[in-house]
Structures are given as C-alpha cells and as structure tokens.
Write a protein that binds this ligand. Sequence first.
Ligand SMILES: Nc1ncnc2c1ncn2[C@@H]1O[C@H](COP(=O)(O)OP(=O)(O)O)[C@@H](O)[C@H]1O
Ligand SMILES: [Mg+2]
Length: 471
Amino acid sequence: MGDRRSWPVSLRGRLMVSYLGLLIMALATVVLLALGYLERTALEQRRETLRAHARVVAGVSGQYMLKGHDYLEYISRDYGQLVGARVLILDRGGRVLYDSFYETEMLGVDLSPRQEVTTALNGKEAARLTRLPGVGRTLYAAAPVVDRGRPVGAVLVVQVVESIWSELAAVRQVLLLVSAAGLALALAAGWLLAASLTRPVQVLHEGVRAVEEGDLSRRVEIPTRDELGQLAEAFNAMSARLERVEQSRRAFVANAAHELRTPLASLKALVEPLLSGAVTDPTEQAEFLRDIAKEVDRLTELAGDLLTLSELEAGRPAQTEPVDVSGLLEQVRDRLLPLARANGVEVRVAPSLPSLIRADGLKLERAIYNLVHNAITFSPPGEEVVLHAERTADGVRIVVQDRGPGIPQEDLPHIFERFYRSERSRSRTSGGAGLGLAIGREIVQGHGGKIWVETEAGEGTRFVVQIPIPA
Ligand SMILES: Nc1ncnc2c1ncn2[C@@H]1O[C@H](COP(=O)(O)OP(=O)(O)O)[C@@H](O)[C@H]1O
Ligand SMILES: [Mg+2]
C-alpha cells in the first residue's frame, strides 16, 4: 500500500480511477483479441481458397501437360481472371510454361528454388505468405500436376492479400469508435455510481463532525437500505443515545445541586441566629443545634446516595458471595427498627425456607433497605410492613408489602427515576431526595434481576425484587 495519502485521495477519485483502468484494460483486451482472431481467420480462409484454386487447375491440367496442349494457356488465363489471381503452370523442372499475366520474360524462368514450388514438384501441396517490396503481402499456393500417377509439373497461384489488412484497419476503426462511445457511457454511469456511493459517506462524515463538535441533536438521512443506510441508522441511534445521556447528565447535576441547596439554606438559617446571639436561652440553643445535626444528617445521606449512584454507574463487576436471603431480611428489619418505632409501624419478617443466592450482600441489603425504609415512611401508624422471600422456578423473589396509601397511577412510571418524588412526599420535610428507588433498581439490575411494584390506592404497596439463580 505504501503512502495511503497518494493521489487520488477521495473515495470517488479512487473508485473512478480503478473503474476506468479496469474498463480500458477489458476493452483493449477484447479489441486486440477480436482483431487478432479476424486476421488469422481471414488469412487462413484466403490460404485455403488459394490452395483449392491451385488444386483445381492442377487437376484439369494433368492430362494436357505432356502433350503441351495450348489448352493450358486458356486454363491459366481464364481461371486466373475468374478468381482474381495470377496462375502459373510449371513443367517438371519448375520452369514457367504458362502465365496468366502474359509476362513473356517469365516464360521459361526456373521457379524450382521457391520452397512451395519444390514441395509441389515433390508431389505435395504447399502455401506461403511473403512480403513483396512495392506490392505488399502476397500468398503463394502450389499444387502438383500428376498424369497417371506420375508428377509432371506444378501449378502456382499467386494473390496479393494486402486487402485483408486494409479491411481489418476499417474494422479496427469501427471497434475503436464503438469502444470510445462505450467508454464514455460507462464513465458517465460510473461517475453517477461513484457519486451515489460517496454522497452518503459525505453525509455521514458531516454528521459525525457535527456530533464531534457537540451538536448531539444531529441526525443523518440516507434513504437506501444497504450497508450505508444501516450505518446511518446506527449513527442516528448512537447520537440519539448520546443526546439522552447528555440530557440526563445535565438534569442529574441540576437536581443534585438543587437537593444540596435546600439543607444548606436551612443550615444557614439555623446557624445565623446562634452566631448573632439572638438565641440566648440554652434549651432553645440546644433545639437549634439538634436541628442543625438533623440537616447535616440529611446532607450526609444525600452525599452517600450520590456516591453510591456514581459507583453503581461505574459498573464495577459485583463482588458476589453466598447470601442467605432470610438473614438479610432480618438484618434490614433490625437496622430500621428505630425508624419503625418512631413511626409506630410494625415490621415483620414472614417465615420462609432458607435460600442461598450469590450476590453482593452489602449492595443487595442496601436495595432492600431502601424499599423497607419507604414502606415504613409511607405507612400510617399502627400498620404493619411484611417482608418475605420465596423460591421461584429460576431464582428468589423478595417482597416488601405495606398497607400505606399506595402509589398514584400518574407517579408509577416515574418512581424509579432519580430525584423523583411524588407531590405528597415532596411536601414532607422528612424523607429522601428521591434516589432510594433509583439506587435499588440499579443494584437489582446489576445482579441481573428485576424490580417492579404492584399497588392499589388505599390497599397498600408491594415491591417485588426478583434475583435469578444461575442454573
Ligand atoms: N411504599 C411506598 N408507598 C407509597 N409510595 C411510595 C412507596 N415507595 C416509594 N413511593 C413513591 O416513590 C417515590 C420515590 O421513592 P424513593 O426513590 O425512595 O424516594 P424518596 O423515598 O426519597 O421519596 C416516593 O417519593 C413515593 O412517592
Ligand atoms: Mg426512599
């Protein structure tokens, strides 16, 4: 390959040059082969015809040869005129007896040194092509004259065959003309074809450039269904995906900033009166400090959630270990007992068969913790939250069931989105930033599992986590 930037650089140019080269080679080969074939067959035909003439004249001459009949003179003259050739009749020694051209100086000339004449005098036919100066290419055909089985002379037929090549020149001219016309047509077609191939490439190139420069809304349109069309489709899917990712990244940053601002503003509002000395009563001061600690807790939790999400997104392969599901549920219940007590909610782990799965124990616990945390938060006092696990055909199913208000239909498609909270929970001062379910789903999907919710207004909510057990 060498220098890949050598001329011509453009795809279209390269296509055209190779196309043109192939075409000219093919045409030249065809023309040369055709001309060669025509030349050979034309010459061969003339040679055979001339040999036949020599044979015919020799055949009729045989019986008159020794008698020296003048009849031979008429034969040579008339036959020569008839077929447009010079006919010479030679005696046994190869000397000229009759010449259809009546060149008297030829009479008696010994032609036996000529190769074809020698062969004929020896009883065999022969033909030869020579170039006569001033006349051109000339064919000689000789045939033996036989009388009662004995060679008595020879017939030499001579014809100038230059006309073969003048005719071939005409044919060559026609072939070249037709080839040139065909070449021009093919070039035009090739130009269009190259354009139809390179135009989509150009369109794609512009699209890639635009995306590279940051225009993620850029799509390309290639109407064909071929490889280039498929490439365009893939490109469009890619830029659409990039655009979505970029949008959600922006939204995420904006949401995170917003969520950080709220507790920070509260902190400022709590710290300022303390600093300015507006709050002097020690019990009131202690209340302010408790509120400050609560806000710091909220911030810490938010920071932890954000960190967890970014870790989950980094998509590090899960560190799996055998995890006992019932034990995990009990652990979650124990950790959330203080919250449950504070809310007056009972958390119960329903008995289930022990089942081991391979999972990242800490992460899975985090996911279930988020579900149970919600269930406790949204349950009215006096109600019960039930956790249980069951084996299914291909894995383990963990269910978190509460008897809270349920999730409104319009919230259902969004609750797993980051920062999504229903109107009701947004107005609440307590509660998370809307990251709990997003984290939970990320973890479950990281385990190859599924998470979904079943809910009915006033009937409570059921979150189901399905973790597969590889066979
Ligand atoms: N058990 C539940 N009962 C009623 N609504 C729930 C329950 N779990 C989640 N939701 C709804 O889903 C939303 C998102 O939950 P989550 O991601 O944990 O965020 P957060 O708990 O911070 O509000 C909640 O705001 C709430 O509207
Ligand atoms: Mg939550």
